[in-house]
Design a binder for this molecule. Structure first.
Ligand SMILES: O=C(O)CCCC[C@@H]1SC[C@@H]2NC(=O)N[C@@H]21
Length: 182
């Protein structure tokens, strides 16, 4: 894909925008237990799809940094380093892994349906593994309880959000709104 001197600014703008959108996704918050329903993962997957693995992870890193220094960007308007080490900390760190894996779907030709779904779902599986494992140890739960509180309620919702992120990512690429992926 052709790059110009403005490409870096374009990429930086999209990286900051995706970090802000992940924060906006945290405002959609339904507290159903220690792990709330939220829209963060839709924007995390989208960050990977539109920015690729490195910049997708950078957008998540910016988001986590904003939360760690005190901006109320985590689910339910929470913030602080303490929250990163709380029960949902595995999900928060897992967002970076999710963006990296989803970002592997992005090529210079865009995001194919197959790559979008394969990498989107793989990333989601890794996110749930990290989230559930940390939830289990931080609350001293059994694996069954960690599955019931941290995975089962979100699986279908996660598949829907991943699919919507593939659709949105493909739309943004086709609209010519995105910077070169490399
Ligand atoms: O404390 C936070 O800000 C992180 C919340 C994590 C919510 C997880 S992400 C995967 C799963 N899907 C949801 O809608 N909620 C959980």
């Amino acid at each position: 894909m052709k790059t110009t001197p403005l490409t870096d600014i374009h990429r930086l703008t999209w990286t900051a925008l995706m970090a802000a959108l992940i924060a906006a996704g945290a405002c959609v918050n339904l507290p159903i237990g220690p792990v709330p329903v939220s829209m963060q993962t839709f924007f995390v997957a989208l960050a990977g799809f539109v920015l690729g693995p490195r910049r997708g992870a950078l957008a998540v890193g910016l988001y986590l940094l904003a939360g760690a220094v005190g901006l109320p960007v985590f689910a339910g308007g929470r913030s602080g380093l303490g929250h990163l080490f709380g029960p949902t900390g595995g999900f928060l760190v897992g967002f970076a892994a999710y963006a990296i894996i989803a970002g592997l779907a992005r090529t210079d030709d865009g995001i194919s349906w197959a790559r979008g779904f394969v990498f989107g779902i793989l990333g989601m599986v890794l996110l749930f593994l990290m989230g559930a494992a940390w939830l289990k140890f931080s609350l001293n739960l059994t694996w069954t309880r960690a599955w019931a509180l941290g995975v089962a309620p979100f699986l279908l919702w996660g598949l829907i959000k991943t699919s919507l992120a593939v659709i949105a990512g493909r739309y943004l690429v086709r609209a010519g709104l995105l910077p070169a992926s490399a």
